[in-house]
Design a protein around this ligand. Structure first.
Ligand code: NI
Length: 196
């Protein structure tokens, strides 16, 4: 089932999300719906707050980068099968010199900006079967995970921009919250005027 994606301005995107337990109701169905919703919007990651649930859950599918010519052959091979569910994730470590990557977000349509992040992460999480995992990632995969991880901490990529850039996109963000944006997937806008 495709769920509406919550747009910028909704308080659910600003909450520090809560951990879940194995008996969280219909978790498998929820995960399936999140992937379906993400694919419909042509995203590469989606966090539960973006569908209105303040829980520590996000999904990532980096496979569209499998033929990205900016990546090394080795990295292409790795991303071409990278599809994962992260439950109750905790980033334990970030390292390396920050690098810029042009990020976007399904909750913030039509806004793309360079964001600086460190390239290497160590993350502990539960997979969809609640098995504990501890893994290191780098490059584009780490980047996607860091972006989604921020969502469960109530942080958006636009928070990481310079004061000047923030000022420049302020009006655009306000418009998004009001639904004044053209988007070809289902969204829910917090400040949209009610239709009569
Ligand atoms: Ni996002």
């Amino acid at each position: 089932m495709i769920l509406p994606i919550i747009a910028y301005g909704d308080p659910v995107l600003r909450k520090e999300a809560e951990e879940i337990t194995k008996d969280y109701p219909q978790l498998n169905e929820l995960i399936e719906n999140m992937f379906e919703t993400m694919y419909e919007a042509r995203g590469i990651g989606l966090a539960a707050p973006q569908i209105g649930l303040p829980i520590r859950l996000f999904v990532v599918d980096a496979t569209p980068f499998g033929d990205d010519e900016d990546l090394s052959e080795e990295e292409q091979k790795f991303v071409s099968t990278f599809k994962k569910v992260f439950v109750n994730a905790k980033i334990l470590e970030e390292s390396g010199d920050e690098w810029a990557f042009n990020e976007g977000c399904l909750s913030i349509p039509d806004v793309r900006e360079d964001v600086f992040r460190q390239p290497n992460i160590v993350i502990e999480y539960l997979d969809e079967n609640f098995r504990k995992q501890k893994e290191s990632f780098n490059g584009i995969v780490a980047r996607i995970i860091q972006h989604e991880y921020d969502h469960i901490e109530g942080i958006l990529f636009t928070d990481k921009l310079s004061p000047l850039k923030k000022r420049l996109i302020k009006g655009k963000l306000e418009n998004i919250s009001k639904g004044k944006v053209s988007v070809d997937y289902r969204m829910k806008f917090p400040n949209a005027k009610k239709k009569r």
